[in-house]
Design a protein around this ligand. Structure first.
Ligand code: DGI
Length: 142
């Protein structure tokens, strides 16, 4: 167990259904702390760069279209084993396979519109946090 940081995005479909508070409540109740938060409407260039690893895949254009369809809330979260904990709370990428009670089971509308993003490893977490928070994030002292 170690304290980690991870990048969370509340995606446009979840923002549109006013679920920011409900989703952040799940993070906080699980012990994840919000170190930084930024509401933004991503450009096509930003979304394509963020998901560059998926360029050329059949779902890429739909993914970029969705991620630019409305505002998102990007957050840096911190906690014990934050990366795995966040992904557990989120549920499986395909909401049809997400366990009951997970964020995706409760707030996803489709495979593409699956409500939240969470980093999958320490190196991607660091890259993704720097992508949205180049100025750095808060250090929690209490
Ligand atoms: O890290 P995740 O978001 O759980 O999953 P990922 O990095 O493999 O994929 C990024 C996003 O792309 C995912 O949240 C939803 C979308 N996606 C991935 N695979 C598929 C997909 N969308 C569709 N429609 N079909 C897919 O096979």
């Amino acid at each position: 167990m170690s304290v980690q940081q991870t990048l969370s995005i509340i995606k446009p479909n979840a923002v549109a259904k006013n679920a920011i508070g409900a989703i952040c409540d799940r993070f906080e109740k699980a012990g994840l702390r919000i170190l930084a938060a930024r509401m933004l409407h991503m450009s096509r260039e930003q979304a394509a760069a963020f998901y560059a690893v998926h360029q050329g895949k059949p779902f890429f254009d739909e993914l970029v279209g969705f991620m630019t369809s409305g505002p998102v809330l990007a957050m840096a979260l911190e906690g014990e084993d934050a990366i795995a904990l966040n992904r557990e709370i989120m549920g499986a990428t395909n909401p049809a396979q997400a366990a009951p009670g997970t964020i995706r089971a409760d707030f996803a509308d489709s495979f593409t519109e699956n409500a939240v993003h969470g980093s999958d490893a320490p190196d991607t977490a660091a890259t993704e946090i720097a992508f949205f928070f180049p100025e750095g994030v808060c250090v929690r002292t209490r």
